[in-house]
Design a binder for this molecule. Structure first.
Ligand code: CA
Length: 412
């Protein structure tokens, strides 16, 4: 999966964490200035004229700048994709069907075998489970198969010119020019997603500067080429930087007892594992709950879907992409690559995802009914979930916080 496809389920995403290495947070930025102006060649050329002195001011050498910008052109298709991304939504079960498909598991096991030595070295060096590194690789670029073929500098220039998130993308563009100036990659070879995420593990340029490593020792931090060594090590370095706990799982599927208090099912409630065990939470696979410190119970598909007990490594994967569905997909794919079982619980497959307009309407109606979602942005985050729970409780419904069409219809 190329980065950017995760936008298909922004309805599940929470407000973005800063410094994600891929594009997810850019889709979660609140400043969504609605405009039908898709720009023009002429406007782009004018923007470039204005950008050049800013790039020089930022320390980009004139010859580097001219070479890097020589073939840059305005790409309206990028703006179309950027405009449309938030309109589509997938439910977590539809997303997981694709993200952790039989093919992705098979290809992942093959990739793990093919790169066994380097992945084990990365695991030893950074303390990050190689199956998790492989799972991120699998989701970001289908193990390097879909790294994206869009010239990064052109994509970032188009998005910076567009103006909706100009400051963010201009910062990324300057960082990309610095990478070229540094000699790690030729500008022609610097390619990736339409949103500027690059290579095997879809790093944005500023994340490349912060976390990319030269793991094969050739003097370049090459996340773009066919050899994934540097990119995989860079992903591990990124997770380590954000506090990966060596030897701990991300989470696991659990079974909740009858009558479980749904006020407890939120990332905001953290308890010692012994407390969860005392409440009757048990691993779906049997045995005792593992103890990796404070844990939360998550019901990403509501009370009729699977339940997970999640640990601090869940929050570390969130640094890659804040969508619960993405984090669960990475964790579950890693488990499957290790030979672990499929998710056991059913999902409420009769429910469809709310559209962006419906999510906005839901938030507006929750607020009007006295259940403040603390903002109307079309994204179902912790505040909206809390408001849904309050509404459910007030109306004698099971308060699982799942923002379904049924809730919206009740509010109507
Ligand atoms: Ca290298």
């Amino acid at each position: 999966m190329r980065a950017g496809l995760i936008f298909l389920m922004v309805g599940l995403a929470q407000p973005g964490a800063a410094q994600s290495p891929n594009t997810s947070e850019t889709g979660n930025v609140a400043e969504q200035r609605e405009t039908s102006d898709m720009g023009s060649e002429e406007g782009f050329a004018n923007w470039l004229t204005g950008f050049r002195p800013r790039a020089l001011e930022a320390g980009i050498a004139p010859e580097v700048l001219e070479r890097a910008l020589a073939d840059v052109r305005f790409d309206p298709k990028i703006l179309e994709r950027d405009r449309n991304q938030s309109e589509f939504t997938k439910t977590i079960w539809d997303y997981l069907d694709t993200a952790v498909s039989a093919d992705r598991i098979t290809h992942g096991k093959a990739a793990l075998a093919r790169h066994d030595a380097v992945l084990r070295r990365i695991e030893a060096e950074f303390g990050v489970d190689r199956h998790v590194v492989a799972a991120i690789w699998g989701l970001e670029s289908a193990y390097g198969s879909f790294r994206g073929d869009t010239p990064t500098i052109g994509a970032l220039a188009t998005l910076a010119y567009d103006g909706r998130r100009a400051a963010f993308f201009e910062e990324q563009l300057i960082a990309a020019l610095r990478i070229v100036a540094n000699g790690d990659v030729r500008p022609e070879a610097m390619r990736g997603s339409w949103a500027g995420a690059m290579g095997h593990t879809q790093f944005m340029p500023t994340s490349w500067w912060g976390h990319a490593v030269d793991f094969d020792g050739d003097g370049k931090r090459d996340v773009w080429g066919d050899d994934p060594t540097d990119a995989l090590a860079s992903a591990a370095a990124y997770l380590r930087h954000w506090g990966w706990t060596t030897g701990a799982v991300w989470g696991l599927e659990v079974r909740l007892p009858e009558g479980f208090d749904y006020d407890q099912t939120t990332e905001r409630v953290r308890k010692p594992v012994a407390d969860w065990a005392a409440l009757g939470v048990v691993p779906m696979a049997g045995g005792d709950l593992p103890d990796h410190g404070l844990a939360s119970v998550l019901l990403p598909g509501g009370a009729r879907g699977a339940a997970f007990l999640i640990f601090s490594n869940f929050q570390v994967i969130e640094r890659y992409n804040t969508a619960d569905a993405y984090v669960i997909a990475v964790g579950h794919l890693a488990d499957r690559l290790r030979g672990g079982p499929a998710i056991v619980a059913d999902w409420p497959r009769d429910l469809r995802a709310l559209t962006r307009d419906e999510r906005i309407e839901l938030q507006e109606r929750l607020g009007a009914a006295g259940f403040d979602p603390k903002g109307v942005d079309g994204r179902i985050g912790p505040n909206t979930i809390a408001a849904v729970k309050a509404f459910q409780r007030a109306n004698g419904m099971r308060p699982d916080g799942y923002a379904s069409l049924e809730i919206l219809n009740r509010l109507r």
